[in-house]
Design a protein. Sequence first.
Length: 234
Amino acid sequence: MKANKKVQFIDWGIKDYQDAWDKQEQIFKSIVDLKQQNRDANENTPTPNYLIFTEHPHVYTLGKSGKPENLLLDENGLKTNHARFYKINRGGDITYHGPGQIVGYPILDMDNFFTDIHLYLRTLEEVIIRTMADYDLKGERYEGYTGVWLDVKDESRARKICALGVRASRWVTMHGFAFNVNANLDYFNYIVPCGIDDKAVTSLEKELGKRLDLQEVKERLKFHMTDLFGMELI
């Protein structure tokens, strides 16, 4: 079967986390089911791919390997800060999503691209690194951690700008990355971000000293996704 490199791009704008999660699950399941049907019936129906961008109202999400105590707010604290909390089925620990943060959900059949989850994570990181380079910032990988960082050679200054957490089944992916563009970084004070208690979190706005045009940043992300994955956005 010829690989389907076409990817439907969708921008949900600001979307409630639960609604986005439910929709992700529906899309994810439809692709997994189609792959199973192809296998059972010895058919070659092309599987679709999606790239979804969104922002969420203030929310904390805890991955399968995360520790609940890394959320430093109780129910009243969540209510006071207008935030919600969910335990979800991605890898990784706790993270924050909120306005001004671009969340990317690639729901891809990796049989259409490459079947290597490690390479998939590194490629998502490279998308962020190249986008940061467009703004004259040096994004880096930090040995032993996922995501994208700055100043990794100086542990006292190392700070994270993008978190990654994915789920994959039958080589179909969901969840993805959370890139701090104009995000309110105060909300990270209420968690131990990604279970790391001795490293700071930053944003493009903080690093550049100005608010960014989110649409412009999305276009840069789309460009680098297309280039690095060899995909065609439709």
